[in-house]
Design a binder for this molecule. Structure first.
Ligand SMILES: Nc1nc2c(ncn2[C@@H]2O[C@H](COP(=O)(O)O[C@H]3[C@@H](O)[C@H](n4cnc5c(=O)[nH]c(N)nc54)O[C@@H]3COP(=O)(O)O)[C@@H](O)[C@H]2O)c(=O)[nH]1
Length: 504
């Protein structure tokens, strides 16, 4: 793929390079054409300057010569009578037949192409508007650029759609007066670029052959392919390293399970009417290598990806079943919130496993609240079966992190739920009068309509607690009340029976 990308980039660069070559040629020639046109205009103005002076007289010739000498791009200035040049800045007595002009532009400028002053001599352009005309060597203006192999250049009278002069084997005639200006395009295996002058009815076209574009392409490709291969190798190495890391993290989790490095903490959930502890959320912790604490945000995704989540949930149950009797002895109606991942909920064997664990512990199922996070995608059909089975045994179900993940409001209506936990992101938005804070209010209203009890997560300030309470939210948890506590500290809190204060 990076090699394919390198080829694409190389082709784009080759085209851009061809366009730059064509544009530069067109610009150089157009600048000369414009200077020549200015000088032609100066020659044409002689008719006014020499009003009352006899044509071809010494005085007239002196003036014609001075214009000629000042004009770097004109070969001569001539005087036309009866379609013939009868004198010029070089020759006082002359007769060069012009015949009908080849081009007559919309500004009245006439152009005779390929006029010969000597039978065997070079061809000239004769350009003028009126009796005084300018003589320009046919090849001069296009000789300011060096044509690379196969390139071509042309000056075009735009409104009359005529190619005035050209060099190189490319026919610009079909584009004169019609083609896109200032933007390269492909035609007849050439990259063509046309630039027009705004003061004069003149444009210059340049064409770069496809062979040159392909040559540019190969040159760039030779440079880019090794870079593409290198990027490809780097990406592959990164991927392998991520996979290895995941595999080694999974191996660490496995060894952590064997070495009993996982433990739990409990975050109180507060009843907003009484200030008392209504429940706790059990949060799994890992002291990896006996020292380093690794957060669940880090190890749960690895456990999910490696299929170890079921083993972790089992361990969670071991720990809960060990601690719960002590907690329920202090508070028999305490709700114990247990996080289940989407993978857990999609596992058809989960309700049976949990049912057996609860039955063996002798703990009442009604004390358990299973929290289904909606951060990961939950398949409503599969999770619905697990949720119904868990509720069937008397446990309750909360939808966790609501608003951060995949579920829609219809998801709430389809599943058999008891609680909705509003994610901390939305709780923090409360009172801010932002779009998010309005969503929070709306979500709480809808939860009420669906007869769900609401738990506000991540309450950090007294103001957030008041706002939640004002919106009719029944419960809240968060650093404002307590962080996750060890079993011993939680037991002390429950024993104190001292409500949390949040003065209205
Ligand atoms: N499947 C399982 N998932 C689990 C389990 N244990 C935890 N988790 C999930 O991991 C996520 C991170 O949890 P944690 O680092 O423990 O953070 C929790 C709280 O400490 C934190 N929190 C609580 N109050 C506040 C607060 O006021 N401010 C603030 N910034 N953070 C706060 O929030 C986390 C609890 O969130 P939630 O679960 O959404 O209620 C987290 O998603 C856990 O669910 C497990 O055993 N299994």
């Amino acid at each position: 793929m990076p090699v394919g990308l390198a080829a694409l980039v190389a082709w784009q660069q080759a085209e851009a390079r061809a366009e730059a070559v064509a544009r530069e040629m067109a610009d150089v020639v157009l600048s000369k054409v414009v200077v020549a046109a200015d000088q032609v205009m100066a020659a044409n103005r002689l008719a006014q300057d020499l009003e009352g002076v006899a044509p071809c007289s010494d005085a007239a010739l002196a003036k014609m010569r001075s214009i000629d000498l000042d004009s770097t791009l004109l070969q001569a200035v001539g005087y036309v009578r009866d379609n013939a040049i009868v004198c010029s800045s070089i020759d006082q007595d002359l007769h060069v037949e012009l015949g009908e002009p080849s081009i007559r532009s919309n500004t009245g400028v006439e152009v005779w192409m390929n006029v010969r002053f000597e039978p065997e001599g070079p061809g000239y352009f004769v350009i003028g508007r009126g009796a005084y005309v300018a003589v320009v060597h046919k090849d001069l203006l296009l000789s300011f650029v060096e044509l690379q192999q196969g390139t071509a250049i042309a000056a075009i009278s735009w409104s009359s759609a005529r190619v005035v002069m050209s060099r190189g084997a490319f026919d610009f005639a079909p584009f004169a007066g019609r083609a896109t200006l200032d933007k390269a395009f492909w035609s007849d295996d050439h990259v063509v670029y046309l630039r027009k002058n705004s003061r004069y009815d003149l444009a210059v076209g340049a064409a770069v052959p496809g062979d040159l574009v392909r040559q540019f392409f190969y040159q760039t490709l030779v440079m880019l392919v090794p870079i593409g291969i290198l990027i490809g190798l780097l990406l592959a190495a990164m991927l392998i390293s991520i996979m290895r890391q995941r595999t080694s993290s999974a191996a660490l989790i496995r060894s952590g399970l064997m070495r009993d490095q996982f433990y739990v903490e409990y975050q109180p959930v507060i009843d907003l009417q009484t200030g008392g502890i209504a429940g706790v959320e059990v949060l799994l912790r890992w002291r990896c290598d006996g020292e380093r604490k690794v957060g669940p945000d880090e190890f749960i995704p690895v456990a999910e990806a490696s299929g170890l989540i079921h083993a972790l949930t089992e361990r969670l149950f071991d720990l809960i079943v060990r601690d719960a009797p002590r907690l329920l002895a202090l508070r028999p109606d305490l709700h114990i919130g247990i996080n289940l991942s989407a993978n857990d909920l999609h596992d058809p064997a989960l309700p049976d496993r949990i049912g057996r664990r609860i039955a063996a512990s002798g703990l009442p199922p009604r004390n358990f609240v299973f929290e289904a996070t909606e951060r990961a995608f939950i398949d409503v059909e599969r999770a619905g079966d697990a949720i119904r089975a868990l509720r069937g045994m008397g446990a309750r179900i909360a939808i966790d992190d609501f608003g951060t993940g995949y579920s829609s409001l219809s998801f709430l209506a389809q599943l058999d739920l008891d609680y909705l936990k509003v994610d901390k992101l939305f709780v923090h938005a409360l009172g801010a009068n932002t779009a998010t804070s309005h969503v929070t209010e709306r979500v709480i209203e809808i939860a009420k309509d669906l007869h769900l009890e609401v738990i506000g997560e991540g309450a950090e300030t007294e103001e957030q607690v008041h706002l939640l309470r004002g919106l009719g939210v029944e419960y809240a948890q968060g650093f404002y009340f307590d962080r996750a506590l060890s079993l011993e500290v939680l037991e002390a809190r429950l024993g104190e029976e001292k409500p949390y204060s949040f003065n209205p």
